[in-house]
Design a binder for this molecule. Structure first.
Ligand code: SF4
Length: 425
């Protein structure tokens, strides 16, 4: 390591990570959500359902069914450093070490009845999921639905792979649209409630407003220095995950956007001297968020994450109920984690250009095949074609046993050195 780089990497005692004023209000919003979820338990006529990422939460809000989100709760367990004991509980029941750690955290959290503030979750009226992102979602919910003795609805989503054309897409869409109507019947059978078309369209409109603000915030991340970093977005996606379709999330995002615009006006960046702009792909290690915060010590800031971006696709408004259902079906098929490698590479190249990215960190997540598959090819292609350093972290988002402190620190320092060298070049 050169003397010059060593000096730039001189250890800093404490990492100061600046977040937006509104981001600091997020815990209150999460607390509100948890209390609402708990309150439903004592009002049996107010229903809850478990849903996974990739499932259109708007369908639940349209029926006034409160969404509980096991992945979101599992992140809470990770961040509150209790995921390991929950995972070990699941493993003691025979669930393998190879199984997604979110699923095992959820099994542990449900069985041990841990508090909601530590990732606990109550029994729902039903479970709802899709095969959009991964097969784990389906097997996980089938397993838990059987254990809790509740019904389950699974959307079977075809994957739009290379070689598929618009004709195939139309066929796939017809197939998924039929399932949306099946879902309406499923809920009606369970609750006696029919889908309210006006409410459904209202929910979609509010969901779109949430995504619109999110995309506006993302637009400002293209600026140098970027006013919004990963320390904000990794938590601030919360409303997109569980609150699309209600006013609460919109209000939070409006104040977030106002803060961002203030930063832009003042030309203030997340780090004092922005040297490196990074793309981070994957789910973070929730139990070690500090690892990402350390980047600030080197003037590095994460300015784009496909993961947080993927939760905010715009909806087409002004359509009839039937057309809106069809658009929703298309969206379930066209999810960024469904992209084949070629499309994914093109997508990354575009983002690298748009956000002036100078380095990339990929999380080779032991739990998550959909985000980790093809990562080495992605790394090699981006390094070669875009001429930027790419770091692969072999780790796990919720299982701290996969995080080796020493090697992880070495990797980060080596990566920073490459970024510095590239900058000089
Ligand atoms: S395999 Fe990946 S996408 Fe699926 S539940 Fe686990 S972390 Fe989420």
């Amino acid at each position: 390591m050169s003397e010059e780089t060593k000096n730039k990497q001189a250890p800093v005692k404490r990492t100061i990570v600046k977040t937006l004023k509104s981001s600091r209000e997020l815990p209150k919003l999460i607390q509100w959500y948890m209390l609402k979820g708990k309150a439903r338990k004592f009002n049996p006529w107010k229903h809850t359902a478990w849903a996974t990422a990739g499932f259109p939460i708007e369908l639940l809000w349209s029926f006034d069914i409160f969404p509980l989100h096991p992945e979101n709760s599992a992140c809470v367990s990770g961040a509150r450093k209790v995921s390991l004991e929950l995972i070990e509980h699941a493993e003691s029941l025979g669930f393998s070490r190879d199984i997604c750690s979110y699923m095992k955290t959820n099994i542990g959290a449900y069985d041990t009845k841990i508090k909601a503030s530590l990732g606990g979750i109550d029994k729902p009226l039903f479970c709802a999921t899709t095969g959009t992102i991964c097969d784990t979602h389906v097997k996980w919910f089938q397993t838990q639905a059987r254990r809790m003795e509740v019904p389950i609805f699974v959307f079977d989503i075809p994957h739009f792979v290379s070689g598929s054309d618009e004709k195939v897409m139309e066929r796939y869409t017809d197939y998924v649209v039929d399932q949306v109507y099946d879902f309406f019947n499923f809920v009606e059978d369970l609750t006696g409630k029919k889908i309210n078309k006006t409410k459904f369209l209202e929910v979609i409109q509010k969901s779109d407003r949430l995504c619109e603000i999110w995309q506006e915030i993302y637009e400002t991340r293209k600026l140098i220095p970027t006013p919004v970093g990963y320390a904000d977005t990794l938590g601030d996606i919360f409303p997109l995950v569980v609150l699309p379709g209600i006013d609460k999330g919109i209000k939070f995002y409006e104040s977030l956007l106002a803060d961002v615009n203030e930063q832009v006006k003042l030309k203030k960046g997340v780090v004092e001297d922005e040297r490196h702009r990074l793309l981070f792909e994957g789910i973070p290690m929730w139990y070690k968020i500090k690892y990402f915060h350390q980047l600030a010590n080197y003037g590095a800031v994460v300015t784009y994450e496909p993961y947080t971006w993927s939760f905010g696709p715009r909806k087409t408004l002004g359509l009839s109920f039937e057309e809106t259902v069809r658009e929703m079906a298309k969206m379930m098929i066209h999810f960024p984690y469904n992209y084949n490698l070629e499309t994914r590479i093109d997508y990354f190249k575009q983002v690298i250009k748009d956000y002036s990215i100078t380095g990339m960190i990929l999380h080779n997540n032991f739990s998550c095949r959909p985000s980790a598959t093809g990562m080495l090819d992605l790394k090699n292609t981006i390094q070669k074609d875009c001429n930027i350093p790419v770091l692969i972290l072999d780790c796990d988002m919720n299982d701290p046993r996969a995080f080796a402190e020493g090697p992880m620190q070495n990797r980060m320092e080596g990566f920073i050195e490459l970024l510095e060298q590239n900058k000089t070049k």
